[in-house]
Design a binder for this molecule. Structure first.
Ligand SMILES: *Cc1c(COP(=O)(O)O)cnc(C)c1O
Length: 432
């Protein structure tokens, strides 16, 4: 290996010779794969042969995506899923096992926060929330004997805050548990969480990873370095009939997938039985988007900087939240973890009445009003009423989410046009 990110993102994990010399990754649009003879079937069903059997479990197109993302992260294993929520929920369930607790924060995607109360307790998984994630000592204080993982987002939405990854990773490891990082907003181009102690990284590939607003997809990756055989994770040591060998002897995940126990178990158990498989066509779309990740993110960063300069000091803007704003407390962490630049989103306070805010949101012509981010098109939204509506009022207070918060996600348009669009929308809102 040793290739740079930009080389890997268009070439890793694929050998044309193995696919009829097709230059573009073929879409293997098939549910099942011929088993050949029953001897081969025995090998396939006892995991001694790795060829695909059935697309819910694996598929050659999806496999290229998994290998490519693993290469981009220097990760041991990867698994693609049908959505970012599947990636988050399967990863948390996999780490927690029965009766486990996950230590996390309220600075998370709204759907993730809501899942903590609406579904996870039914599945035997409880959540503990660190109120001030800026203080790593608070993670230490909230650990219990049942805590099985710490889960954080590396760059948060909508306020672009940054956790101290290495400090939190050290706390997790001292307790014998893995650090799980949702790296969706950051993207692997700007940050590889594995370099700072993460053990598992998850993505909503729906966002900047695919980057064209045309697919729902999720990814889970593992470093391959964490020891799930320590006794703290009995679910990894439990023999499973599905993992039996050719002599019908049950085996556990650690025996069958010694180098990738986390994604191996996730595939054998969660993907297998809960079933959120990524379709080959959607894997193809993510692969296509991934080819331009660096170029897109660079343009989005440039647009973010230009609009930031426009918003700072604007008469109808209360505050702007982004590490590059004068006095923002996350600047040092941004410089440390994001040397290429940080975040293609920002939030600001709309300084006007609710009615003016509603006019403003309706008046943009280039910024699309929709619940997504990381798209090639620039987007605008009021998170308190939309993307983060699942947060309770107490949780909103914890993260500082007010009704006047407006979040921008930068696309690939001209910065001049983006600024002009905001200016005409402000003019429309304050016309009366
Ligand atoms: C969107 C998002 C998710 C959920 O992903 P889907 O692909 O919409 O299921 C999870 N985490 C973060 C940070 C997100 O932005």
């Amino acid at each position: 290996m040793g290739f740079d990110f930009d080389t890997l993102k268009v070439q890793a994990g694929y050998r044309a010779q193995e696919h009829n010399n097709a230059v573009s990754v073929p879409i293997y649009q098939t549910a099942a794969f011929a088993l050949g003879d029953s001897y081969r079937a025995d090998r396939l069903f006892s995991f001694s042969d790795e060829d695909p059997i059935y697309t819910r479990l694996s598929n050659p197109t999806v496999d290229v995506l998994e290998r490519r993302l693993a290469a981009l992260h220097g990760a041991a294993g990867a698994i693609a899923l049908a959505s970012g929520m599947a990636a988050v929920s399967y990863a948390l369930l996999n780490a927690a096992g029965k009766g486990g607790r996950i230590l996390t924060t309220a600075r998370l995607y709204g759907g993730t926060v809501d899942s903590f109360t609406s579904i996870f307790p039914d599945l035997g998984l409880e959540i503990d929330i660190v109120e001030n994630p800026d203080d790593p000592a608070e993670f230490q204080k909230k650990l219990t004997a049942d805590t099985k993982a710490i889960f954080i987002e590396s760059l948060t939405n909508p306020f672009v805050t940054i956790p101290n990854l290495t400090a939190i990773a050290d706390i997790a490891h001292a307790h014998g548990i893995p650090l799980l990082v949702d790296n969706t907003v950051a993207t692997p181009y700007l940050l590889n969480p594995f370099e700072y102690g993460a053990d598992v990284v998850v993505y909503s590939a729906t966002k900047a990873l695919s980057g064209h607003g045309n697919v729902i997809a999720g990814i889970v990756l593992e470093s391959g370095k964490f020891d799930y055989g320590s006794g703290k994770f009995p679910q990894f040591a439990q023999p499973l009939w599905f993992l039996r060998d050719e002599n019908d002897v049950e085996r556990n995940v650690l025996q069958v997938f010694p180098s990738i126990p986390f994604t191996g178990r996730l595939r054998a158990v969660h993907l297998n039985y809960l079933g959120a498989a990524l379709s080959p066509f959607d894997a193809y779309l993510v692969l296509l988007g991934l080819e331009t990740l660096s170029e897109r993110v660079e343009k989005q960063l440039a647009n973010a900087k230009a609009v930031l300069a426009y918003l700072e000091g604007h008469p109808h803007v209360g505050w702007v939240r982004h590490p590059y704003v004068q006095g923002n407390p996350y600047r040092a962490l941004a410089d440390r973890y994001f040397p290429k630049g940080v975040g293609a989103i920002l939030s600001f306070a709309f300084a006007g009445t609710e009615e003016q805010r509603r006019i403003f949101l309706a008046a943009t012509k280039i910024f699309g009003y929709q619940a997504n981010l990381g798209d090639a098109r620039s987007l605008i939204i009021n998170p308190a009423g939309t993307t983060h509506v699942e947060l309770t009022y107490a949780q909103r207070e914890l993260v500082g989410l007010t009704p006047d918060t407006i979040r921008l996600s930068f696309g690939l348009e001209s910065a001049k046009d983006l600024i002009a669009d905001l200016e005409q929308a402000f003019a429309a809102a304050f016309a009366g």
